[in-house]
Design a protein around this ligand. Structure first.
Ligand code: NAD
Ligand code: 89V
Length: 348
């Protein structure tokens, strides 16, 4: 085993169970889960006992007691700025779950605090790390379909997301900030940066507070056009939750991803297909397995990049570009006009 990194987990709630299981699987590679923290004593104790590590209810006490090399912050967004600042001031590498923060300004403040202290910072944006998305990216990078110039990325479900994440029903901003953020990141990942976008939102479920459906049209700097759709209100048979359906066309062919992570590639008049999803793991289960296996790949990326002092693909600075699309989409939906995403300029 090469250089090891002691992992500290903050937030032991619903989704953090996937982080914890993934860290346990990465132990042979050198990522050593060493302590857990949750302000809820029962959750902290349960995680500590399950994974055999010390548990805390206060992150600073954990950091005082255990020499942590990478802090994995899987709390909700309202706590991200404060927790990331504590890590930065201690020079501890940190990865923060999405959404980065509730507002653009807070996201920028998190990034600038980490830069000020020379601390490694990333966002756990895992959709692009899912096996199927890595397969699509490989096809594009190999030039199989030529230059991508049009895409439709669609995440539509009627799955009861509120059962595991009841807070979603009360959010002031929902589908773009919670899942559109993932799909917008995929659009950047596949087609590059965005010059402007337009967006229309809908609130189709009377029982929730915010928008549950968004339709976004984007022009990328490359000239490509993409359509990004997200809905928690899609009542259909064969619900693909939590998969992203996509169609990407280029001047030499196309890549289509359908339910069950089935890839259909057409190139130079020939077509082939394959199943590109990851395997079920001992701790994953359908339908969340698509998201869960992405956590394993994301955690491995964060462990390796922080260990080697290399920025993550989804560094804090990179994720600002995705978050800027979230903000632009909400402004476009409010004004019913095209919006150019804001750009962060590092302070001198
Ligand atoms: P949750 O409320 O179930 O868990 C959050 C936990 O953090 C709670 O147990 C809470 O007690 C704890 N906590 C809050 N403040 C704390 C603090 N200061 N110190 C220690 N612990 C603290 O929320 P969740 O559904 O697990 O979501 C957590 C984050 O994960 C959210 O940002 C959500 O958007 C994100 N998420 C990401 C994915 C994905 O990566 N695909 C999927 C689902 C949720
Ligand atoms: O993946 C996520 O961020 C979850 C979702 C319900 C979209 O799967 O919130």
């Amino acid at each position: 085993m090469g250089k090891t990194v002691a992992i500290g987990m903050v937030g032991c709630g619903f989704y953090a169970q996937n982080h914890l299981n993934a860290w346990a699987d990465l132990r042979p590679e050198g990522a050593i889960l060493s302590a857990v923290c949750d302000r809820d004593p029962a959750k902290a104790e349960a995680a500590g006992k399950t994974f055999g590590v010390p548990h805390f209810t206060d992150m600073e006490q954990m950091l005082d007691a255990v020499d942590i090399g990478l802090l994995d912050i899987a709390t909700r967004m309202d706590t991200h700025k404060a927790l990331a600042a504590i890590a930065a001031k201690r020079g501890i590498a940190a990865v923060v779950q999405k959404p980065f923060a509730p507002t653009w300004d807070e996201c920028v403040e998190i990034v600038e605090t980490a830069r000020k202290h020379g601390a490694w910072l990333a966002v756990h944006e895992n959709f692009r790390f899912a096996s199927a998305m890595r397969a699509v990216k490989k096809i594009l990078d190999q030039g199989t379909i030529g230059t991508p110039n049009w895409a439709r990325l669609s995440w539509r479900t009627g799955f009861d997301v509120y059962r595991g994440q009841p807070y979603l029903a009360e959010e002031e901003k929902l589908v773009i900030q919670d899942v559109g953020i993932h799909i917008l990141d995929l659009a950047r990942y596949f087609l590059g940066e965005v010059s402007h976008l337009s967006c229309e939102t809908q609130k189709r479920n009377p029982k929730i507070r915010a928008e549950d459906t968004a339709s976004i049209l984007m022009r990328h700097s490359s000239g490509a056009v993409s359509i990004v759709e997200a809905s928690y209100g899609a009542k259909r048979r064969d619900d693909p939750f939590p998969e992203t359906m996509l169609e990407i066309e280029g001047d030499g062919g196309s890549v289509i991803l359908t339910k069950g992570e089935k890839l259909i590639v057409t190139t130079q008049g020939l077509s082939f297909e394959d199943n590109v999803g990851g395997p079920l793991l001992h701790w994953t289960s359908r339908p969340w397995h698509v998201s869960q296996e992405a956590v394993l790949h994301t955690n491995r990326h964060m462990f390796e990049r922080s260990r080697d002092g290399i920025p993550a693909d989804t560094s804090g600075e990179d994720n600002l570009k995705t978050y800027a699309l979230v903000e632009a989409a909400y402004e476009a939906a409010r004004t019913h006009a095209a919006v150019k995403p804001v750009q962060w300029v590092p302070k001198a």
